[in-house]
Every structure is written in C-alpha cells, then in structure tokens.
Design a protein around this ligand. Sequence first.
Ligand SMILES: Nc1ncnc2c1ncn2[C@@H]1O[C@H](COP(=O)(O)OP(=O)(O)O)[C@@H](O)[C@H]1O
Ligand SMILES: [Mg+2]
Length: 374
Amino acid sequence: MEAVFLAHKAGYETVVIDRRGDAPALSICDEPHVLNPLNDPDRAMRVFRTCDAVLPACEEHDLLMRLDAVLSEAGIPFLFDIRAYDVSQSKLESNELMRAAGVPLPGRWPECGFPVIVKPSSLSGSLGVSVAHDDAELEAGVRRVESMGQEVVIQEFVHGRSLSMEVIGDGRTARSYIVTEVVLDGGYDCKEVRCFPGMLTPEDEEGFRGCSERTAERLGLRGLMDVEAIQTPKGLRYLEIDARIPSQTPAAILTATGINLLRQLVESRLGQWTGVSSSRGAGIYWHLHFKDGALETTGEKEFSHVRSPRMESGLFGSDDSISDYSPGAEEWHGTFMVSGATPEEAEDRRLSVMRAIMEACGVDSLSDASPKEV
Ligand SMILES: Nc1ncnc2c1ncn2[C@@H]1O[C@H](COP(=O)(O)OP(=O)(O)O)[C@@H](O)[C@H]1O
Ligand SMILES: [Mg+2]
C-alpha cells in the first residue's frame, strides 16, 4: 500500500500484482492483477513488460529469486538487491558486517549482563523476540527461538527511542536520507512514525549517516535499505538493517519533507538522479482502528486488515490518508498523515484530526498502547 502511495505521489502509474484477490494495495493502484508469478510466469511477464521498473513488496525468497532472474534476463529494472537482502536477513551476518564497519552495536552476551534481548537471526516483524532478566528467562527465550528453527542472537537490552534511517546505494557509494522515530504499540509493532527536524544533535545525526552509509557501502548495496537504531544515553546503538523498501517511514518522510524515497530509488537505478531538495518540515504518520464504537491506535499488522482502501487527501483535515472509513461503518482501519512547519504544528494538526474522527464516530476516548517498561 505504501509503495503504491509513494509511486502515486511521484506521478507514476502503478500496476500491482498480488496472488491474493483481497490484497489491500489492489484497490488503490491504477492497474490491479491477481496472479502468482511463480505459478503463472507467462502472464506475469506480459504485465512486467509493460512496466518501466518492478518493485517487490514481499519477503518470499523463492519469488524474489525468480523475479531477480527473469527480470534481469528481460532487461527490466528490478528495484531490489537480492544479495544485500540476503545478508540483511541474517542478523548474525549483518551484525558482523556492521561491527567490521565500526558501527556500535548493543553489548555482547555474556559481558553485557542482564537484561538481554533474545531474538531469531533471520525472522522479521519482532517474531520470537523476548527480553530475559535471568538465566531461566534466557533459557526459555533461547528454546523458543530454536524451536522456530532459528539461530539465536543474544545481546544487551538497550533503552531509548527507536530511530530509522534510509540509505540508497548504486553498488559503490551510498547516500543517507532523513531520520525518523518509530513509535511502537503494546506488541512492539510500529503504530506511528514521526519525522521531526532536530530530533538528533548534529553530531548524532552525522554519526547515524556515517554508520548507515559505511554499512551500505560495505554491503555494496544497489538499492534501498533502512537502518534501525536505539538512541541510548551512551549514544546510538544499531539493531539491524533491512535491504528492502520499508513500509512506513518513507511516507512519513514524504509528508514532512516532500522527499519521495521511491522516486529517489527509481531515479538512482535508472541513472536519472536529479538530486534532493533539502526541506526541514515535520510530519506524523499513524494508524487507527475503529470497531464496535471503540477507537484505538494500532500497529501496521492490524492496519493490514484494511479492506479495499482508498487514498484520500483532506480526510478529517489530514494531508493524506489510506483508509476504508465510511460514515457510520461499524469497523474501519486508517493511516493518516499530517505535516507542519514545526513539530508542534504537526502535533496540533494530528490532535485536530483525532478530534474530528472522534466526533464523527461518536467516541470520547482513545486506547493507545505502548510496550511495557523493562
Ligand atoms: N538489543 C535490543 N535492545 C532493546 N530492544 C531491542 C533490541 N533488539 C531488538 N529490540 C526490540 O525488538 C524489535 C525487533 O527487533 P529487530 O532487531 O528490529 O528485529 P526484527 O524487526 O527483524 O524482528 C526492535 O524494533 C526493538 O523494539
Ligand atoms: Mg526491526
């Protein structure tokens, strides 16, 4: 959905292929196709041949490998670096790469002591991630990860805001973009992205850029990746990299600054890069779920249950939205985006969107969960 949103904002015509007929991106694109390129390669190829570039928004390895092979053979730009993606999918491998690039990671077990984070090396979306305060919890966490058939990463639990930075590489050099803050719900899923200028000191921002670009260059990245860090009192500590289009941070960056990372990726790949105009605006992007008279903020997993959404500017006073809201509906999901010249202005606009929604839906309270304190 977010990739279609970004492409639409860049003025591109969008063609979506999904094997599921109820995939929400189908209703917001210009040309939907329900098909599985693995089962129906000829039909898929006929669609790909009408496209200037192909961007995968899935993490199925078989499909990604097949697309990489057939699109490169057909000479159709594939906006994806499968080799970098494979490294980024393994936290053991990418942590080694970052360490070698001089990037500060959370402390190693056992030197770091409790509490620690126990997580699988090659899953995503916080699956199998747990916190351990003692040997028993550590053992339970390790068993859980191993029962998922995964290698285990154990590292210092670091406290602080979750930050993200995107990088685009051309295979040799890499360019970093804008810092965003990722705000988590009770289940550690991202419910909101804030893109505020001055979120980091200039030194910390330089450090974040340097670490992100060095990692991307060491990886030989040809495409887009994001770098996730925690802002601790001792400085930034880097959690992971993911070499694929991130779902939420680019929309927040576009809202705040007008910089469209999808356009940047396309132009970089097609050798048409025209540069970025730096803008220092603020923006907020967040998800809501309304059901049976109750309104809650929600992570992107819940938001993905949106049905036949539409993109709309101005809904409840927001700049942009993706939602299946309709007046009087018993249930709806929505993503809303607001900008402002300053963070305060963006916050005020978010509040006024929330007030308008609560009034329209007749609710007087909002449930807004956050991760438990560790
Ligand atoms: N060392 C750590 N200290 C504190 N929180 C962590 C740590 N590692 C992971 N987390 C939390 O768990 C979430 C998921 O971990 P992450 O390394 O990003 O894996 P993935 O997103 O691939 O599941 C992070 O967004 C963060 O909230
Ligand atoms: Mg993560």
